[in-house]
Write a protein of this length. Structure first.
Length: 327
């Protein structure tokens, strides 16, 4: 298997030299404008598992760099390896400045990459703490890290982390079942990507009272394509939360109402579909198509039949990261 760190840009350095090289690199341009352009707002740790491919690693790294162009960040990338390493760790340093629409807009990104033996996770927290900008909040993005290994980080690497994120549509395990120190700080990127879908459906449903939507509701069904299981579960959970009392403790729908999320047939043109089934002629069907940014809403909820075509632009990974980190 290709080494993940080799798929990422940067210059190889001894681990002990990374921070001093980084400091001297920026000191070479002492102007106020230059210092402002590299003023970080946060630390972001991108943490890979052993089974992540080189292509996946580069794709997620590039997305994080795009995120850092808008939200300047100190990026730390953790790349485990099965190979024997002299000293147990190796590192790379990446830095680059980007000019915006105006030449006055410049952002400098920096990424510190660590290659380490996966068995050495006990030393990982110490090394990461040295590389972090200690006065800034830290966010942690898990990608392909096994659930049991994440649990070993709870009392060291993840102490003080503001939020942990993962993507349930690509992870092989359901990380929502972990005994997170604070479940509200563990966020699913698949659910974050639902923002445009939730906005489109919510805007339409806001024209009806919750009572009228709940009355006679027999089933809520979500269908999702094979690559979007996390979005399917997230959409169903969102609908259930919308049908709850303000404190979220009591559902307004009948206890017999069926809530299901299933994978659609490969030939289905819809990436995501939501359907309300009632005990009379009323119905609601919302669809997001696989191709393009198009969706549609067909409904008959007591105000006549309605057919609306919507534009639901998919969220880029860097946009989903911002939604997961901050909201």
């Amino acid at each position: 298997m290709a080494e993940l760190i080799n798929a990422l840009p940067g210059v190889g350095l001894p681990v002990r030299e990374v921070t001093s090289r980084l400091a001297s690199m920026w000191d070479s341009e002492p102007s106020t404008a230059h210092l402002e352009s590299r003023a970080s707002q946060m630390n972001v740790v991108l943490h890979f598992g052993l089974e992540v491919t080189a292509e996946e690693a580069r794709e997620r790294f590039d997305a994080l760099i795009r995120f850092a162009q808008r939200y300047p960040s100190r990026i730390i990338v953790l790349c485990p390896t099965r190979a024997d390493l002299e000293g147990g760790m190796e590192s790379k340093l990446f830095s680059q400045c980007y000019i915006g629409d105006s030449h006055r807009e410049m952002c400098c990104c920096e990424a510190l990459m660590l290659r380490y033996k996966s068995e050495d996770f006990g030393y990982l927290a110490n090394q990461v703490s040295i590389w972090l900008e200690s006065d800034l909040p830290t966010y942690h993005w898990f990608s392909g890290v096994p659930a049991k290994r994440i649990e070993t980080y709870f009392d060291n690497l993840l102490l003080g982390v503001r939020r942990c994120v993962y993507d349930s549509s690509v992870e092989l395990e359901d990380l929502s079942n972990l005994n997170w120190l604070d479940p509200s700080r563990a966020v699913d990127l698949a659910k974050a990507r639902l923002l445009p879908v939730r906005q489109a459906i919510g805007q339409f449903m806001s024209g009806y009272s919750v009572e009228s939507l709940c009355d006679g509701l027999q089933a809520v069904r979500v269908r999702h394509c094979a690559s979007m299981p996390g979005e399917g579960r997230g959409l169903l959970e969102w609908v259930q939360s919308c049908f709850s009392d303000c404190d979220g403790s009591k559902s307004r729908v009948s206890s017999g109402t069926e809530f299901t999320s299933i994978e659609s047939e490969p030939s289905d043109l819809c990436a995501l579909e939501l359907e309300f089934v009632y005990n009379d002629e009323r119905y609601l069907k919302c669809r997001k198509f696989k191709d393009g940014s198009y969706g549609e809403i067909h409904a008959s909820l007591g105000k006549g039949e309605i057919e609306i075509y919507t534009r639901v632009k998919p969220m880029a990974t860097e946009q989903a990261l911002a939604e997961a980190f901050f909201f």
